[in-house]
Design a protein around this ligand. Structure first.
Ligand code: PXG
Length: 450
């Protein structure tokens, strides 16, 4: 099939995620056909620097044969066996071991799933099981944040605080959403430090309002990814820690689906912020995006209860601990360790990106340029002083995304916030390329909006 035939068949038979089907039908899909290192190429031969690592997952880029070979070899040895009914497979045991080593010291058990959404469903099941076994059945409510993202199953979307999603389904009634730590958008006249404390105190306020005896857990991404790379003010996580320490019996779930496996320059966001979560969701980069796998890491505190007290945990998925997925995970962790990828992000690429990305703040339509580790965001504004946007429809973001792709850089728009999360293997020369292409996209956007 040629390009227009492919687009026609795509239109006729394929429903895409998070997509306006009418719009897509009119524009036609971009057909991506190959990829190498940090670059993807479409069917017209247009090569682009992938500033989004696929979908926040191909952290080692697209050319890691060690990972695809590991999958292939496993598929030819034992392509599938389940981990139900007292069965196990060697890759799943080895990956569980490796995860216990690379995750925080107090986390030594894993429950495997097929995705991040499923892992958050698993978290809800584990939280309930934990409090039931502790004879605290009244602890049912999970607190989450507005504009957080925790997946697209009913549980994941209920935990998430995306208003557009909530309009299209009926959310679980035991989840409560609080203020997000988005200083640029919602901080008003407060300093970032004041606002960080304020947003964390909203957790305490909500706990008090609901009654601490009813609150089972608080779930949050270390940094919001899909919500627009919202890097909390430095005061936020220390204050959240203070709030939770005050109660002791509210579980902390950190959703590391985007920030796990090195994106901050530490193995996990929890390491970066010095937090000790009770449960930690992962997916995406655990297999470098080459094979679907997710899971939740379980702290000893929770594992000691759910494992030791007995009784069946009536939960699991066919593809929990899929052997080929586990081999992909092992190969990924081996590369991260052997090539000191995360150390290089921390000591080299992240500081370099921080310096170069900050230069974009001087651009006339940029109200803020922020970055941490290997993520970055640009807030597009009409007026820097008042932070006023161009319009209510977020057209600036859409234009800038299209201009960026035309200039050979995949940069995403969430509303009028432009975001990047390039592969961890990006070189400093490629960071220069990324910043220059982003700058050109900003120039073109400013011209188009003028
Ligand atoms: N938690 C977080 C923090 C995520 O970012 C999930 C859970 C769900 O994972 P699965 O594997 O079920 O998709 C995610 C996924 C975007 C975008 O537009 C982000 C995600 C997925 C799709 C699109 O940035 N994150």
């Amino acid at each position: 099939m040629n390009k227009s035939e492919l687009q026609q068949h795509d239109r006729e038979h394929l429903l895409h995620p998070f997509t306006d089907f009418c719009d897509l039908g009119k524009q036609g899909t971009r057909v991506i056909t190959s990829a190498e290192g940090a670059y993807i190429t479409d069917i017209d031969g247009h090569k682009m620097l992938d500033g989004m690592s696929g979908l926040w997952c191909c952290n080692l880029g697209y050319s890691r044969k060690e990972i695809s070979d590991a999958i292939y070899k496993q598929l030819n040895t034992l392509p599938f066996y389940n981990s139900f009914f007292q069965c196990t497979t060697i890759p799943s045991i080895e990956l569980a071991d490796a995860l216990a080593e690379v995750t925080p010291a107090h986390m030594n058990n894993v429950f495997f799933t097929g995705s991040g959404s499923e892992a958050n469903d698993t978290n809800l099941r584990l939280i309930r099981r934990y409090w039931d076994l502790n004879e605290r059945p009244e602890k049912r409510i999970v607190i989450s944040r507005k504009n957080g993202y925790h997946g697209s199953t009913i549980a994941g979307a209920s935990l998430g605080g995306m208003s557009g999603m909530h309009k299209q389904f009926q959310a679980l009634d035991y989840i409560e959403h609080i203020q997000q730590p988005y200083w640029f958008g919602e901080g008003g006249d407060m300093s970032p430090e004041e606002f960080g404390v304020y947003a964390a105190r909203c957790l305490d306020e909500k706990i008090q309002e609901l009654g601490p005896e009813k609150v089972a857990a608080f779930i949050a991404e270390p940094i919001q990814g899909a919500g627009g790379v919202i890097i909390p003010p430095e005061t936020y996580w220390p204050e959240v820690k203070k709030v939770l320490d005050q109660y002791e019996d509210i579980l902390l779930v950190m959703d590391e689906v985007i920030f796990g496996f090195g994106r901050t320059g530490e193995w996990f966001g929890a390491d970066y912020y010095g937090m000790q979560p009770d449960l930690m969701t992962f997916a995406k980069a655990v297999t470098n995006g080459y094979f679907p796998l997710g899971g939740t890491m379980i702290s000893d505190r929770v594992a000691d209860v759910v494992k030791a007290r007995g009784g069946e945990f009536t939960h699991g998925y066919t593809y929990s601990a899929h052997p080929a997925a586990c081999m992909a995970g092992l190969a990924t962790i081996n590369i991260l360790r052997n090539e000191k990828i995360i150390e290089n992000v921390r000591d080299n690429t992240a500081p370099y990106l921080a310096k170069r990305w900050a230069e974009l703040a001087e651009h006339p339509i940029v109200g803020e340029a922020r970055s941490l580790g290997l993520v970055g965001a640009l807030e597009l504004v009409k007026d820097k002083g008042s932070r006023a946007r161009f319009d209510d429809k977020c057209s600036a973001g859409g234009i800038c995304r299209d201009m960026s792709i035309r200039n050979g850089l995949v940069m995403r728009a969430t509303g009028d916030t432009m975001i990047i999360a390039p592969p961890l293997i990006i070189t400093n020369a490629q960071v220069d390329e990324l910043v220059e292409k982003a700058r050109r996209a900003l120039d073109d956007t400013a011209k188009a909006l003028a």
